[in-house]
Design a protein around this ligand. Sequence first.
Ligand code: EPZ
Length: 421
Amino acid sequence: MDKLIITGGARLDGEIRISGAKNAALPILAATLLADGPVTVGNLPHLHDITTMIELFGRMGIEPVIDEKLAVEIDPRTIKTLVAPYELVKTMRASILVLGPMVARFGEAEVALPGGCAIGSRPVDLHIRGLEAMGAKIEVEGGYIKAKAPEGGLRGAHFFFDTVSVTGTENIMMAAALAKGRSVLQNAAREPEVVDLANFINAMGGNVQGAGTDTIVIDGVERLGSANYRVMPDRIETGTYLVAAAVTGGRVKVKDTDPTILEAVLEKLKEAGADINTGDDWIELDMHGKRPKAVNLRTAPYPAFPTDMQAQFISLNAIAEGTGAVIETIFENRFMHVYEMHRMGAQIQVEGNTAIVTGVKALKGAPVMATDLRASASLVLSALVAEGDTLIDRIYHIDRGYECIEEKLQMLGAKIRRVPG
Ligand code: EPZ
């Protein structure tokens, strides 16, 4: 398995471009199944999860055409099988996103039940209950979700989400796009990626209103047609590189991004002492060589502080002046990066869903192991500022969510290289 070797100490300084958002690209690719003609999706990030979704389409008989800029044209009319097999779903939980579109467009679907993952049990009961509310008959057996639309197709429904669920909201929104009549989703997720999906469905001729609020109204249409759509920028990749500059006391300008989709993160970076300037599609952070100050934070659904930035801020607090409390309210097991950072000398105490981080002047490089996507990013950030070399193993986790991470960090002056494993 590939590893990353990072020699800490370089103060980052430079400019990088942000890639398309993984968590918008995945539901949007799934939504192409709704169309009855070819659909083109651009600005897709070069990530393992994206190739997994394209491989899943291939398994179902859909041959995506990929152009030189990695824009993908998908024509779902060539689909041959309505099964999403376990060997692919187990590598990427987001495969569950094909369930709603397949039942809505083709009347049935068989999708492997995604297991849990390192950060939690990751249930999908809301996805299932939402489709049942629209008349689908669903059985879960042999590790597969087997869903069938009622005679005449799915019917619009009123559905209240007990818990705010991003992909739950996305799955039911996609199903509702082709259901008969109106659907109202309450306590819906408000994430920008949900809005991007709604804009894509509307670009195909759908009728989705209210995305970005907690109540989304969808009037089903007869058919959805071709469209040519460009995925939004990745707010978590943006935040990760801003924290990389912050932990090293450096400066970074991130371009092709959007400062309005990560305001909670920018506020916390200002609290940590960063100077931040923004434009329509860029953000510049400058620490002027200063050590960051520790911040307290609590993760919660958008627009509050995102759970996908929690690990990165633990890295910031680990070398900051003072002590910061980090409370994780979304997932039950999202502190595994903490135990790897202990190996680098971080002073962090975990009590339940709270990590109390006391900043130290310097971390020490050490061999560490990535456990999940954002945890692995936080180990990279800690390694950038640690004394000596850090060897990070199992970096396939990183490749799922960060396009060309070593090239982008090298452009900012980091001493980082990939060692084929
Ligand atoms: C999405 O996961 C993201 N993934 C995650 O990003 C992100 O961390 C998460 O939203 C929260 O923002 C994609 O968009 C592909 P949830 P998702 O359903 O939709 C509970 C990354 O690093 N829940 O919003 O799976 C669940 O247990 C990944 O890019 C149910 O109880 O998360 C959790 O406690 C990691 N029943 C809470 O809701 C359900 O049916 C929020 O989960 C569904 C979820």
